[in-house]
Design a protein around this ligand. Structure first.
Ligand code: AMP
Ligand code: ZN
Length: 106
């Protein structure tokens, strides 16, 4: 596998402003925020994209949504509203091939 920036962040080899972490997922601020609050929810397991999600990831996929909700609460955008985005593949503009959910609001 070529070097993965999000695996590096998870391993502590690259810096990021981490705002949530548990045994299955991590969340940190996007380094180029496009909204006042812009965080990324990332599974610890390297899954390249939504296209690579398997049936055994069903619980993990649900967990990522709950972590996104938790991040929205922490960042005080739960009530005002926020958007979740999962860019998948070239035409969608996916840059980092480690599955992540954008949490955007504020
Ligand atoms: P995409 O793959 O299109 O969903 O976009 C990847 C997102 O990751 C972009 O919004 C980048 O700004 C963000 N990003 C890339 N590298 C880092 C990093 N080292 N720390 C935080 N965010 C990053
Ligand atoms: Zn990775």
């Amino acid at each position: 596998m070529t070097r993965c920036i999000f695996c590096d962040i998870i391993a502590g080899r690259s810096p990021a402003k981490i705002i949530y972490r548990d045994e299955r997922a991590i969340a940190f601020y996007d380094r180029s925020p496009r909204t006042p609050v812009h965080a990324l929810v990332v599974p610890l397991e390297h899954i390249a994209s939504l296209n690579d999600l398997m049936p055994e990831h069903e619980a993990l996929a649900g967990h990522l949504l709950l972590v996104a909700q938790q991040v929205a609460c922490q960042e005080n955008i739960a009530a005002s509203g926020y958007r979740l985005v999962i860019n998948t593949g070239r035409a969608a503009g996916q840059i980092v091939y480690h599955l992540h959910v954008h949490v955007m609001g504020g």
